[in-house]
Structures are given as C-alpha cells and as structure tokens.
Design a protein around this ligand. Sequence first.
Ligand code: AKG
Length: 249
Amino acid sequence: MACGHCLGACGLWTSGVHRRNHGPEIQTLIGSDTSEVSQELLETDGFVILRNVVKRDALRCLGHKILRYFDRYEDLPDFFRKELSPTAGGAVELNRIDKLVPGFYDEVLLQMIEERCAAVLRQDVSFTFANAILKPKQHGAPIRPHQDAAYDGQEAAEQGYTVWLPFTDAHIETGTLFYMPGSHKRGPKTHETSAGVRHVTLPDDAELAPAEIPLGGISLHSALTIHGSFPNLSDEPRLALSLRLQPRT
Ligand SMILES: O=C(O)CCC(=O)C(=O)O
C-alpha cells in the first residue's frame, strides 16, 4: 500500500511505516541515551537514534555556514553538486561539504558527535567525508531506499557507519529518514540507477521505521542498512548532514 505522507509519489512505502511509528516497536525509534542500549539497538536494527548530542546554538551556527553554499549552488563546480530527485528544484546535495566549509572538522559539535559515536561503537572512529542535503519547503521529493555501502565501496560495506544530523526537528512531515530495521544483516544489495540516483527495490514484506529525531539529536546507521527519506511537506526547508564514519586505523 502506498504511503499517504509521500502522496503516492514514490509508490514504495507500505503500511509498515505507520505500524512501526505508532505500534509497539516504538522503543526502536526513540532509541536510548545509554551507550550500552544504543549499541544493542544498532546491532539488532542497524540504526539507532541518539538524543541531545549537540547544542542547538552550535547547530544553528553550522547550518548558516552550510546554507551559504546552497545559496550559490549554481556557481559551484560540478564536483560539489548533485540533484537527488528527478524533479527540478527537488532535494539537492552538496557533495563533500567538508571540503567547502573552512575548518569543517574543527567544529566542536562534530567532535562531540564523533565521541558519542565512538562510545556507542566501542571503537575509535573518525569522519571521512560529509555531504549536505537540502529539501526545499513543501517539496514532495523522497530519497529512494539505498545502502550507503553502494556509494562508498567494499571497505565501507564491511566497517562503515553514517551519522545523519538534521538541522530541524526530524519527523515524517519534515522529510526525516526511514530505515528498514535488520536490513544490514542481509548483506550488500544490487542497486539500480534511475535518473543518476542508485536505489534498491524493497521486498514486499519490508517494514520501514521513520527516524523521529528532536533537534540536537542524530541517527547512526551501518553502511549496509537500507534507508531513504520522506519528502519535506513542512513550511521550512530541511537541511541535514550525512557524515561517514570509519574506524581509525
Ligand atoms: O538527507 C536525506 O534526505 C537522505 C540522506 C541519505 O539517505 C544519505 O545521505 O545516504
């Protein structure tokens, strides 16, 4: 059954989204503030929501720095620009925003995220690259289901993680991520490419979980966890960072 929230535009979502959002599995979506429980959720589901990781003021400050580059998107070299939706003016990505914003990894909030993730993963990790994704207000452009490993190569498939950092409260209406819980255990999937964007076809019985993340929180997922995002139906633009994490060697 198509999901009402994407107005049927994607035709992919099943009623599982709503069941998980309102049903007994709600603990999975809310996550936990203790590293032990978070680690367990990450192992079981392939993703975990971590709340109160960064300060809102610091987020606002970094958000403004990133938005300045979206303001001059058309003037940036092709390397940095990627349209993520087939419709004009849909979701747009700034590839390697870490190369654009001076001193990107010196931002204290990124160091705080790295430390929090290291505690959950119980290993020393560092960011390897970051992309920023902007969904204009009231825009019905979903991001189709995919594994980040399909973009990042074999090493990431085995060891990599992604931190998703939204700059607004993230829920279905604001275009948050959805996850297919447990999909990281099924290994790398073959991806198809449509309009330059890679995606997987979900199994018929797929249940999807929306990531409800209050401002200041993050989600952390394995490079093999199938995920995508809802369209932004709110009256505000939706900005988020996707940050790749790898174990330090
Ligand atoms: O920010 C989004 O809407 C989607 C992010 C995502 O799926 C990714 O970066 O892999």
